[in-house]
Write a protein that binds this ligand. Structure first.
Ligand code: ADP
Ligand code: ZN
Ligand code: MG
Length: 471
């Protein structure tokens, strides 16, 4: 029997605000333990939370960028559970009435684009962190760092529309890029600013209904999400083939062992005893506010890929790499505007130097000059690479370096003519064989000319000149 996987992803993204969602503590990552805390975010009795407007704006802009409908009224609810890093013993989240519903993201796959539904986007606060360190009474001790308590998050829940780990990976990357483009999340997966829980089930191919799902946690890179899904799909299929059945549970991905491990039976929503938070008013979002925010949505990755590809005549694949970062795409467009030759060459250069470009060490002018000189045949491809490296080393302008290093090629046909004539005159035997039909000897002549010119001749022009003179 052939099986098919069904995948739905829940992403928690930290909203890019200065302060926390319900108090004015800093939301920055990496402060000394418990530095960013106050009576509100540590849940002292008698305090009142106040909603952060910037956090709501970030979530609304995300909703707009994913074609969700922003709800005029949403409600914050208490999700009750005990955990040592959750001093209030409840997390403020949104439950029955979330901020946004019913959107979608288009993902790029080798076979074309696919639309993945977004079920909902809601806002919530993060919990703290336990650090397992040292000993207490002869046992492992744990320390609570509450800096993350009440850091603003949004949860983006997808429909179970994905069928393979690759589709899951493509969805996550696209969603990640959208959030970074919007500047609503810094996208840092290692620091936990962008985390994914992956729900996966399997079913016999062709069946309508879904199988029982497992929820996978603890993957901190795109690649790990894909690997965890691959493993889990195989595990579920083998389990069913052996006559067993999948139980609904939460499983942890162990990246070192490359396996998922059962963590706990999944809670049901009713276990959390959700109820509207009496300390917070319903969130009412006026249409005018939404329309104001709509104006701030920049060109998004999908649109950028389409425009770069059509506008510059470059392959979608290349456009996709350029658009993976707004800064890289901007750099490419600036370089392509400075030199309007073949944008494909400019795109290749930008992709090749991607990392240094993103670190801000190259200017678009450098790449434009490198591409222009290469296309005109003034410098060779090898010299072009070497020159960019020299720019990085010395910070001097690329053309000054080119002249200083004598890296220009001889492309001028008349200048090459004399060398070609000399080579032909010096090899009468080879000339005879070539004219007698040994076309392969052309590379011998090219080699001789390159030698005579001490490597400075433009090989393409040399070939043309030789063919003309010998033919
Ligand atoms: P729960 O109540 O267990 O959290 P939800 O209905 O809220 O489940 O769905 C959580 C996520 O799991 C969503 O992204 C959804 O698309 C996905 N999902 C739901 N059912 C399945 C299934 N049978 N197989 C795979 N994914 C599923
Ligand atoms: Zn606080
Ligand atoms: Mg759920």
């Amino acid at each position: 029997m052939e099986f098919e996987a069904v995948i739905g992803l829940e992403v928690h993204a930290q909203l890019l605000t200065e302060s926390k969602i319900f108090c004015s503590c800093s939301a920055k990552f990496g402060a000394p333990p418990n530095e960013n805390t106050c009576p509100v975010c540590t849940g002292m009795p008698g305090v009142l939370p106040v909603l952060n407007r910037k956090a709501v704006e970030c979530a609304i802009r995300t909703a707009l960028a994913t074609s969700c409908s922003v709800q005029r009224k949403s409600v914050f609810a208490r999700k009750n559970y005990f955990y040592p890093d959750l001093p209030k013993a409840y997390q403020i989240s949104q439950y029955e009435l979330p901020l946004a519903l019913g959107g979608h993201i288009d993902i790029e796959l080798p076979g074309g684009t696919k639309r993945i539904g977004i079920t909902r986007i809601h806002m919530e606060e993060d919990a703290g962190k336990l650090v397992h360190e040292g000993e207490f009474a002869g046992a492992q001790a744990s320390l609570a760092d509450l800096n993350r308590c009440s850091v603003p998050l949004m949860e983006i829940v997808s429909e179970p529309d994905m069928r393979t780990p690759e589709e899951g990976g493509a969805y996550l990357r696209r969603l990640h890029d959208i959030l970074v483009y919007l500047e609503v999340c810094d996208g840092n997966m290692e620091e936990g600013s962008f985390r994914c829980d992956a729900n996966v089930s399997v079913r016999p191919k062709g069946r309508e209904g879904f199988g029982t799902k497992a929820e996978l946690k603890n993957m901190n890179s795109f690649r790990n999400v894909e690997k965890a899904l691959e493993y889990e799909i195989r595990r579920q299929v083998e389990l069913i083939e052996d006559g067993g059945s999948v139980v609904q549970e939460t499983r942890l991905w162990d990246a070192n062992a490359g396996v998922t491990l059962s963590m706990r039976r999944k809670e049901e929503a009713h276990d959390y005893r959700y109820f509207p938070d009496p300390d917070l008013l319903p969130l009412l979002v006026a249409d005018e506010w939404v329309e104001e925010l709509r104006k701030t949505i920049p060109e998004l990755p999908a649109e950028k890929v389409a425009r770069l590809s059509a506008g510059y005549g470059i392959p979608r694949y290349d456009a996709g790499i350029l658009a993976s970062s707004r800064a890289l795409a901007d750099f490419f467009e600036a370089a392509a505007a400075l030199y309007r030759g073949n944008p494909k060459t400019t795109a290749n250069e930008c992709i090749h130097w991607k990392d240094v470009i993103l670190s801000g060490r190259l200017s678009p002018g450098t790449i434009a000059h490198a591409v222009e000189d290469r296309e005109s045949g003034t410098i060779s491809a090898t010299a072009s690479k070497k020159l960019v490296e020299l720019v990085l080393e010395t910070g001097k302008p690329i053309r000054a370096l080119r002249d200083e290093q004598g890296l220009t090629q001889l492309s001028d046909a008349s200048a090459l003519d004399a060398i070609v004539d000399r080579v032909i005159a010096a090899s009468p035997k080879e000339v005879e064989s070539y004219r007698g039909g040994k076309a392969g000897l052309l590379s011998y002549f090219v080699g001789q000319v390159m030698k005579e010119s001490r490597g400075k001749a433009n090989p393409k022009v040399v070939q043309e000149t030789l063919k003309r003179k010998l033919g």
